[in-house]
Design a protein around this ligand. Structure first.
Ligand code: AMP
Ligand code: GLY
Length: 430
């Protein structure tokens, strides 16, 4: 097989993990990450670039003779990044991993995702969608539900668009905020109100070439900022894979009831989809229900999934864009991977940037994935540039040993205001 030049779009811990994994492939010629972070520059070439600059990315792809583009985050996909490639004669044959906007709507529009699931018989919470015109009906619908109430802004709202209210008063006022006061701008012009699902959450992942799919290991993400799952929602403070309560029988249900019907549903709807399917699930007494779809890998789930994939991930991605995913039998590491996210104090609220990151040991026993970090050319220092700064992942034969190693490494990394949860995985120990 010819060696390929790969471009990864994004700058988080997910993209560093992707770059780290792809850089190990014998099929790789050159690796570029746009814009990347201080970690990705160690395994490839960073190119400063806004992900909204489609023309700039096209220029880069042609200049560096890129053979494969892997899109990390959802936003460019929802905005039509893949469609842009297909519509451009010069780049239309360069494969992009990540769906066209019609497929990315699974993440970009909650209403579209709910209709898709209902249409294809995929288990999810009962729901209705309302706009400013049907605000009164929305209030009436809330009155028919039992608390807690789940309200979701239809569009992308930087992870803040889901609000869970304990009382009817709170829910009614939130609905007014979203629909009438336009709290999330255009994103809350429509609001999905849905039944509250009571269970344990996990993240399931698959790859698809549009016809075939491949299940990836599942992971559990710790979304709340505080110890004991308290405080605000974040992008994710830590993760663990595999998930002890997602046994083989449960994952078979996920494949049969969710992943396969999703791939078939996309086909039936005439949406060509090459990319990742990330189903946020609720395990309710052993049965999976979809909370939400994402059209990308999770962050920090990727940081525990990729270290458990023993096979050449680039070979898998190439098979995917060639429609040969059925030929791939990936090998998984049976060990447990556990990740803790080091964040800037104050995240997910306000926090400071530009703090120097000190690594007290050059070769820790863990994988150190950078997220919100930046290399300062002038001083040669690595500084913080985001809320989630470093993801530390370790593998172990037990969750306790994996997590223990990650915490040992976390203690060797320092920057002003560093904060991390000290209880990742603890709920899974018994
Ligand atoms: P999202 O911002 O879409 O990731 O959703 C944030 C969180 O809200 C999810 O991770 C769930 O914990 C919770 N959530 C969303 N929908 C429901 C639901 N129908 N029932 C219970 N919890 C939910
Ligand atoms: N960690 C959850 C997400 O990536 O959406």
């Amino acid at each position: 097989m010819n060696k390929v030049n790969v471009l990864i779009l994004g700058s988080g811990g997910r993209e560093h993990a992707l770059a780290w994994k792809i850089s190990q492939s014998p099929l790789l010629a050159r690796l570029f990450i746009a814009p990347g972070n201080s970690g990705t520059r160690l395994v490839g070439t960073n190119v400063p670039m806004s992900l909204n600059d489609f023309a700039g990315i096209k220029h880069l792809v042609l200049k560096e003779k890129i053979n494969l583009v892997v899109v990390g985050p959802e936003e460019p996909l929802v905005k039509g990044f893949h469609d842009f490639f297909l519509a451009n004669p010069e780049i239309k044959d360069i494969p992009v991993i990540g769906p066209v906007s019609a497929g990315a709507a699974l993440e970009g529009s909650k209403d579209f995702a709910k209709k898709f699931m209902i249409r294809h018989g995929i288990p999810t919470a009962a729901y209705e969608t309302f706009t400013a015109d049907s605000f009164q009906q929305g209030l009436e619908f809330l009155r028919t539900l039992k608390p807690p109430y789940v309200l979701k802004a239809d569009g992308l709202a930087a992870g803040k668009g889901v609000v869970i209210c304990k009382t009817l008063e709170e829910a009614s006022s939130e609905l007014r905020g979203m629909l009438i006061e336009k709290r999330f701008g255009k994103a809350s012009a429509s609001v999905v109100i849905e039944e509250f699902l009571d269970g344990i959450e996990l993240s399931a992942f698959a790859l698809t070439d549009g016809n075939n799919y491949l299940m990836l290991p599942a992971a559990k993400d710790y979304k709340r900022v505080g110890v004991g799952d308290t405080g605000s929602n974040t992008g994710g403070m830590g993760s663990v894979s595999p998930v002890p309560f997602a046994d083989e029988q449960f994952m078979k249900k996920v494949e049969d009831r969710i992943i396969r019907p999703t791939v078939e549903g996309l086909q039936k709807d005439g949406i060509s989809y090459i990319g990742f399917i990330f189903a946020g699930l609720m395990n309710i007494k052993g049965d999976p229900f979809v909370i939400e779809y994402n059209v990308r890998l999770g962050d920090p789930e990727t940081e525990v999934i990729l270290p458990r994939i023993k096979s050449d991930f680039l070979e898998i991605l190439i098979a995917m864009v060639q429609g040969r995913l059925n030929e791939i039998k990936p090998e998984t590491d049976a060990r447990i991977a556990a990740c803790v996210m080091l964040t800037s104090g104050g995240y997910p609220g306000e926090y400071e940037k530009g703090k120097e990151i000190h690594f007290l040991k050059d070769e820790p026993e863990s994988l150190v994935f950078h997220a919100g970090s930046q290399f300062d050319q002038a001083t040669g220092k690595t500084i913080t540039s985001g809320g989630r700064v470093i993801a530390v992942t370790s593998l172990g034969n037990t969750l306790k040993s994996a997590m223990g190693k990650s915490y040992e490494t976390a203690a060797l990394i320092h920057f002003d205001g560093v904060y991390y949860r000290n209880d990742i995985g603890f709920d899974l120990l018994n």
